[in-house]
Design a protein around this ligand. Structure first.
Ligand code: SF4
Length: 299
């Protein structure tokens, strides 16, 4: 296997088809409401990801309508995707997570959040769900460089991610780290450091996103002013293959591309063809005789 991809992991673990239910839990983001920043991360759209989700209905309705479309033997992951899904008091969090876990076919709860929105109490609450389903948290690191973090208006230092990783690990909660390839001012050295931090912090999984410039974002303004240029497809393929090779061999790779919502892509054009990108990354690994972990710990 060239890398330990998520779909193989699911097949091995559940021996059944597993589908993801993306949920808008009605949360906000401290990087938008002024608590730690305003305007949000420069690439983030108005919906804080999950643009395809119908947020006009309740969490339970979102889940029900997804289940109604699936086959009876399919299993599901309830994925709280939009904005910061631990950004509320624990009683509210519990009520919202509970309202998603309405069917025994839902075998996992995945919670996307910011590392600065995890504390002891929240970690305890999340850990308590392990009695019912598999649980993991998804942390938006994107880069380990504090310099880039400031350029992208991430609103927290990498030290905060490291603390959150420790806290989650101490509660036995696996976590997936999101990283982006192609952030402004970043090249091989910065991306290597990000992978190193993900390895060191005990991440269970990784989502490697290719950067895309989306309409109505600060990044789109930078792009139109000529202050930012996304990487070429060739450069993206090279850097993502390298990142996979530097990654610890046991980390589960949940994705290696970014998905811009339909009709919102400004650049790069190649972002539209996800399968082509994945195939090119695989070909690159093969042609360089690389696989996940083959460059791990090699400087
Ligand atoms: S933390 Fe997430 S939701 Fe908040 S602005 Fe950044 S990308 Fe958007």
């Amino acid at each position: 296997m060239l890398y330990r991809n998520f779909s193989s992991f699911l097949k091995e673990k559940y021996k059944s088809k597993v589908s993801k239910i993306c949920i808008d839990g009605g949360f906000g983001c401290p990087n938008r409401d002024g608590t730690c920043g305003t305007g949000g991360c420069i690439y983030c759209g108005e919906r804080g990801a999950g643009e395809h989700i119908d947020a006009s209905v309740s969490i339970t309705e979102q889940v029900r309508s997804h289940l109604a479309k699936g086959k009876s033997d399919t299993l599901y992951i309830a994925y709280f995707q939009n904005f910061t899904n631990t950004y509320a008091p624990t009683d509210v969090l519990m009520q919202r997570y509970d309202s998603a876990l309405i069917d025994k076919r839902i075998v996992a709860l995945a919670i996307g959040t910011r590392p600065d929105c995890i504390n002891e109490e929240i970690a305890e609450l999340i850990a308590s769900y392990r009695d019912r389903v598999d649980v993991w948290v998804e942390l938006g690191l994107q880069t380990a460089s504090d310099k880039t973090a400031s350029v992208i208006n991430r609103g927290y230092k990498t030290e905060v991610y490291k603390r959150a990783a420790k806290l989650l690990t101490s509660h036995g909660i696996p976590f997936v780290t999101h990283m982006i390839i192609g952030l402004p001012g970043e090249g091989e050295a910065e991306i290597d450091s990000t992978v190193d931090v993900i390895n060191e912090c005990g991440s269970w999984g990784v989502k490697i996103h290719s950067i895309y410039v989306m309409e109505d974002t600060a990044l789109a303004e930078m792009y139109r002013r000529g202050e930012y240029e996304p990487p070429s497809l060739e450069e993206y393929v090279r850097l993502s293959a390298r990142s996979l090779a530097r990654l610890k061999p046991d980390i589960v790779v949940h994705r290696i591309t970014g998905d811009c919502p339909d009709g919102m892509l400004v650049a790069p054009e190649w972002n539209k063809d996800k399968n082509k990108v994945i195939n090119l990354v695989r070909e690159r690994l093969e042609s360089e005789s690389l696989r996940q972990g083959s460059l791990y710990g090699k400087g």
